[in-house]
Design a binder for this molecule. Sequence first.
Ligand code: PLP
Length: 229
Amino acid sequence: MEDLLELERIRSDFPILSRLIHGRRLVYLDNAATTQKPRQVIEAISNYYSYFNSNVHRSPHTLGEEATQAYEEARAKLARFVHAPRSDTLIFTKNTTEALNLLAYSLGYHLLRRGDKVVVTEMEHHSNFVPWQQVARRIGAVFEVVNVTDDGDIDEDDLDRKLEGAKIFSFTHVSNVLGTVTNVKRLTDIAHQKGCVVVVDGAQSVPHMPVDVQSIGCDFYAFSGHKML
Ligand code: PLP
């Protein structure tokens, strides 16, 4: 009974769950794609546009200063959340797809030359596959895809071969395809030993587990606020 009351209390935070769909109470299970927003988030966004909206880091007036402060406080909070070394190591993008594209088209173009290798795995979401594949194609770099074993893990023998001489390794922390939780620290260490820059797709991990980017030791870690309420 207490559990049911708790469930109702949590549900009541989400206005969208008051809808009836086909005559029944909405039960929303597509959270891996995007989560519904609780009223606290909806109210914070509405409050911002109602009373604070202005151009951050641009406008030297009260609204501009308040908006900039709120923006930077959000960045600092997020830095604490994933234990980033400093808040200025966080870059806001609209989602993981945009973050990974930004990396592929900046880091990728900066580091890769014709014949260089960039490595992903077979269990990547398209967002961590297509940008690297496209950048490699444009530069004339080699795009390698590491095999996945029958039990859904990254094949470390294949990884070892494919990382040889590679410049960038980009892989997922939690696979949306298989549910596999990769050994992110170990894979990062292996790739660093081979001299690779390491990019981690955290779209399905940050919403579900504590993530400490410093203890993982990767160079870049991408995730999506919209998948976390
Ligand atoms: N990476 C993984 C593992 C995902 O599951 C998803 C989305 O489901 C993405 C990347 C893309 O995330 P977004 O839709 O926030 O760009």
